[in-house]
Write a new protein. Structure first.
Length: 294
């Protein structure tokens, strides 16, 4: 039952993250740039989570040894993840940028085996391979040759930063923290970090429209308050590698939204890729007995 709960929480989290490119595109068209977007996304999430913590009377006091871990997860993990991914949308379509970002399940599997000695079974490897093949179909055959390499590098970087975030949250001394409290501190630290980056880079501009602000509030709600909290909650019941593979639901949501809202092309390759990803998730979700090989 707990494992099923973890799987469902992670899948719902992935679907919530799939809304990020949609709101980012709207925010960029209404006065935000990638730097201010990531800053205000974290700031609005901090406010939303603080109100929730007070309403639900949740204890969010930190232990001394947790501050360093939280800072590393915030800066080297989530802050750099959302910044590089948001920047990549200026160079790539939302579907392609999100797809390349999904190098992180591979990085999580490798990192878990090398640094945390997690046993990786055949079922997980098969599921990971299926999801990677699915990602290739989602990208489209031969499409990388015509894409902007700056965007590709930014997307790849965002995936590696996010893998670091997952491994830190799943294995660090913050693992057992209340999910709302943890994401509140991640968002709070990110707000200060991203404010400093905005000022240092000279990107802090306040030309926002009401529609842009609403879009940023919504991405804070979907990504930080819903997506990040559900993902952290899911990690209580399943491993980091399983959670990373299940998160491949996210680009399917992004591609569907890209098609519905921005009329981006949804080809046969995208459909095949989506089916392969769903198959990979099914393999993970309905496992019986794992055969450990590493």
């Amino acid at each position: 039952m707990n494992r099923t709960k973890g799987i469902l929480l992670t899948i719902f989290s992935a679907c919530s993250f799939g809304f990020i490119p949609l709101f980012a595109k709207i925010a960029y068209a209404n006065g935000f740039n990638p730097y201010t977007f990531t800053l205000f996304r974290s700031l609005f999430a901090t406010i939303e989570l603080f109100i929730l913590l007070k309403i639900r009377n949740i204890n969010y006091v930190l232990e001394k040894n947790q501050y360093t871990t939280l800072f590393k997860a915030s800066f080297f993990g989530y802050a750099l993840t959302i910044l590089t991914l948001s920047l990549s949308y200026n160079y790539l379509s939302i579907g392609l940028a999100t797809t390349i970002h999904f190098i992180y399940p591979v990085a999580v599997v490798i990192g878990s085996a090398l640094f945390y000695h997690e046993k990786i079974n055949r079922r997980k490897i098969s599921s990971l391979l299926l999801s990677l093949i699915g990602m290739y179909f989602l990208v489209g055959f031969g499409s990388l040759g015509s894409t902007n390499m700056i965007g590709v590098l930014l997307s790849l970087s965002s995936g590696l930063f996010y893998a670091y975030y997952i491994l830190t949250v799943a294995n660090g001394n913050i693992k057992k923290m209340n999910s709302f409290g943890l994401i509140f501190y991640i968002s709070l630290f990110n707000s200060f970090i991203l404010l400093a980056i905005n000022i240092f880079m000279g990107k802090f501009e306040c030309n926002f429209t009401f529609e842009g602000i609403v879009s940023t509030v919504m991405v804070a709600l979907f990504a930080n308050l819903i997506g990040m909290v559900l993902f952290k909650s899911g990690l209580r019941f399943i491993s980091a590698t399983t959670a990373a593979i299940l998160s491949t639901f996210e680009p399917i949501t992004s591609l569907i939204l890209g098609r519905l809202v921005f009329k981006e092309i949804l080809s046969l390759n995208h459909i095949i890729g989506s089916m392969l990803i769903i198959s990979s998730v099914t393999i993970i979700a309905f496992k019986k007995k794992e055969l450990k090989i590493l």
